[in-house]
Design a protein around this ligand. Structure first.
Ligand SMILES: [Zn+2]
Ligand SMILES: [Zn+2]
Length: 327
């Protein structure tokens, strides 16, 4: 009788001990996952990629006097990180360059806006993962052909999770339109909403280069410098975006170097002038006034955005640009 009682007490205490152990495990799990997510916490809630189409590095950050980019070279650079060895290591044309930024894959996509990227963009991954509205992501481009960036030919993703877009004349995906009109569209979008992700393309420098107009090409770079400055100030004066917005300024490609038979007029091969671009990254999560000469490339942008916004982007072939983050 006594023995039976002891056995059942013994069994009860084992069950209790097991239960307590289990409970403790669950508690520890919770703590662990909390620490993990707080380690990865970023202040950035909004992000804009500003693509200045086709200036050479020698006319932007490669000129130590920053004569064409005084705002970025002298003021904005202090607010973030500048990658001086940033590259387009794929095809150095507009559609392929922008496709590398959006999808993290170098693809020999045609440059006429008639082919869709093979892989989904970081915007599609974001919209799917967050179940977000399409107005949370925007492609706004002076070049109509960049409308292709809002979709993919990947069967699993095609016509799904597409960002909003306004590309070219009247936003219809055709023709080119002046950057001043594109800027108006950007202002309009921000006046009625605050998109989480945006990609902007400004064309003036590239178009004037192709027209063999050296002075107008340089003016195009100067104008873009002013637009980037205006955008940065617009962010700072928006209480919701201030201190929570990252601005990445980059290029889709450069142009041939002076010794090349086409000089600055064209681009599209693997010469240093065409490949060498830059990345200026400003935002609450980045180091300030730092120059990084370690290499980076266009495909890294998407992987870095995926990290900052906490979604997976398995099809991107880039790497996270860890060296630009604070701590
Ligand atoms: Zn271009
Ligand atoms: Zn070239």
């Amino acid at each position: 009788m006594f023995q039976k009682k002891y056995i059942s007490l013994y069994l009860l205490s084992i069950i209790f001990a097991l239960f307590a152990f289990q409970f403790n495990e669950i508690k520890t799990d919770k703590v662990d996952s909390k620490t993990q997510s707080s380690e990865k916490k970023y202040k950035t809630k909004y992000l804009i990629v500003f693509v200045i189409d086709g200036p050479r590095y020698s006319e932007t950050f490669g000129d130590s006097t920053y004569s064409l980019i005084p705002r970025m070279g002298k003021e904005l650079k202090k607010k973030g990180v500048l990658f001086t060895n940033f590259m387009n290591n794929g095809v150095t044309h507009t559609c392929p360059g922008h496709t590398a930024i959006m999808t993290g894959v170098y693809q020999s996509i045609t440059n006429d806006g008639k082919e869709l990227p093979k892989q989904p963009s970081f915007m599609q991954y974001y919209l799917k993962e967050k179940g977000a509205d399409k107005n949370d992501a925007w492609v706004i481009s002076s070049k109509g052909k960049l409308q292709v960036l809002a979709n993919t030919k990947n069967k699993k993703w095609r016509d799904s999770y597409q960002p909003n877009s306004y590309c070219g004349l009247n936003g219809n995906g055709l023709d080119y339109v002046g950057d001043a009109i594109t800027w108006k569209k950007i202002e309009e979008v921000f006046s009625c909403s605050t998109p989480k992700l945006m990609l902007i393309n400004f064309l003036e420098a590239d178009v004037k280069g192709h027209e063999n107009k050296w002075e107008a090409y340089k003016q195009g770079i100067k104008d873009c410098d002013q637009y980037v400055y205006k955008l940065w100030n617009m962010i700072q004066s928006n209480p919701q975006m201030k201190d929570q917005t990252t601005l990445l300024v980059t290029n889709d490609h450069g142009r041939h170097l002076d010794g090349h038979k086409n000089g600055f007029i064209n681009h599209g091969d693997k010469c240093k002038g065409c490949k060498h671009i830059s990345l200026l990254a400003m935002g609450p999560d980045f180091k300030k006034n730092v120059i990084i000469d370690k290499g980076g490339e266009l495909i890294d942008i998407s992987k870095t955005i995926a990290e900052m916004f906490h979604f997976d982007m398995p099809s991107s072939k880039g790497r996270i640009l860890n060296e630009m983050f604070e701590n």
